[in-house]
Design a protein around this ligand. Sequence first.
Ligand SMILES: [Zn+2]
Length: 225
Amino acid sequence: MTDFPHYLLEGYGQYKGKTYTRLQEDYENLAIYGQEPKVMVISCCDSRVTPEGIFHAGPGELFVVRNVANLVPPFENDLGTHGTSAALEYAVTALKVEHIVVMGHCKCGGVQAFRESGGKLGQTGQFVGPWIKLLEPAAISLACTPVEPNDDPQLGMEYAGVRQSLNNLMTFPFVEKQVKQGQLKLHGAWFDIGSGELRIMDGETKRFEPATDFLKGELEEDAKA
Ligand SMILES: [Zn+2]
């Protein structure tokens, strides 16, 4: 007997019978030779935002960390239990990923909780409150130097949170070193759940532009094929 959710058992049956069978050789090689992902993705826990699905990635391709509101905390030189920082350290120093993508998304509950807290973050939860407080510098930068028209405060805060996490990434000495040596690139992205639109942050303007703008030629080729 088990009270393990039956729909998960059924899903596993589908995976083992179809996905695993199709990719069996890849899985066997990954088990033997280890993982060598080139990309780390930092995404939200939100069940609607799945990095492997959005980037059509297979096993071994993405090193993914998901946390509430896709946040990277600043580097802290203490003995705290920093889960996201530990994953970051492993990705950069051991796996030597070449890209880190911080991916925000629409209707982010973590961002919304921060916006609605009115400074009373304690009411958002013992652990959630201090965590989403990491958005505070983003809110200040948004108020002082808005990058785009702030007619949608939730969206503006979601973008600002991604920019803040990219700034925080650079406070980690091992990230800063790899970036300055040209061996690591940092990227911002944002995903619209309803439309499936992905936006990518322009490295110079810091504005978010549709990913399809960078893909145009290829999409047209696909449509013809
Ligand atoms: Zn979220």
